[in-house]
Design a protein around this ligand. Structure first.
Ligand SMILES: Cc1cc2nc3c(=O)[nH]c(=O)nc-3n(C[C@H](O)[C@H](O)[C@H](O)COP(=O)(O)O)c2cc1C
Length: 176
């Protein structure tokens, strides 16, 4: 499966970014995980622009990459009990495009908190369910992630195995 990995954090030293880099490195052929476009470059969703048909190039790129992927891995930070604005914005551009409809999607969240971003994931599940995505049932919550990441990589052995398990469950889903 060709997996597009989307990061909801724009932070240079993002814990979620570290998780995705680790997923890229843990992935073995025939599967491939590639980190997708910088969601911070997307303009804010505007229905008028979408309806004009003159889509910004960043949106075209996101839609093309999401459409071509066999599955999507989303890493989300938890901000104010939800996901990030940049990730929600990206999903809004993908609603109309339909690229996540019936697409296998797995969720992971890394947080310094003891709960691991559970509210961000719950929130995302509602949006992705509305979009018709085929959600891998159990997402991966990574609590106390600051002590599980070093030099931009996930280093906690148990969590790395859990990430392998999440990817394996994602590969089991075939695009509908
Ligand atoms: C504006 C803001 C709101 C946040 N809200 C929450 C929250 O509701 N729950 C939580 O567990 N952590 C919250 N955090 C902490 C983030 O989850 C933490 O900074 C995390 O490391 C961000 O993800 P990243 O490392 O991938 O950038 C918040 C952080 C910021 C900056």
């Amino acid at each position: 499966m060709d997996v597009l990995a989307l990061c909801g954090s724009l932070r240079k030293r993002s814990l979620n970014g570290a998780v995705l880099r680790t997923a890229v490195e843990r992935c073995v052929p025939p599967h491939e995980v590639r980190v997708g476009p910088d969601l911070g470059r997307l303009p804010f969703f505007r229905q008028d622009v979408e309806e004009s048909g003159a889509l910004p190039p960043e949106v075209v790129e996101l839609r093309e990459r999401a459409g071509a992927a066999g599955g999507v891995l989303i890493a989300t930070p938890e901000y104010a009990n939800g996901t990030s604005g940049v990730l929600k914005n990206a999903l809004e551009w993908l609603v109309g495009g339909g690229q996540l409809y019936e697409k296998p999607v797995a969720l992971v969240s890394a947080s310094p908190s003891a709960l691991g971003g559970d509210r961000a994931q719950a929130w995302l599940r509602e949006t992705l369910t509305m979009m018709g995505a085929r959600l891998v049932p159990d997402g991966l919550l990574i609590p106390q992630a600051t002590v599980k990441v070093e030099d931009g990589r996930l280093v906690d052995g148990v969590t790395v195995k859990e990430l392998d398990g999440l990817l394996a469950r994602l590969y089991e889903y075939e695009a509908g």
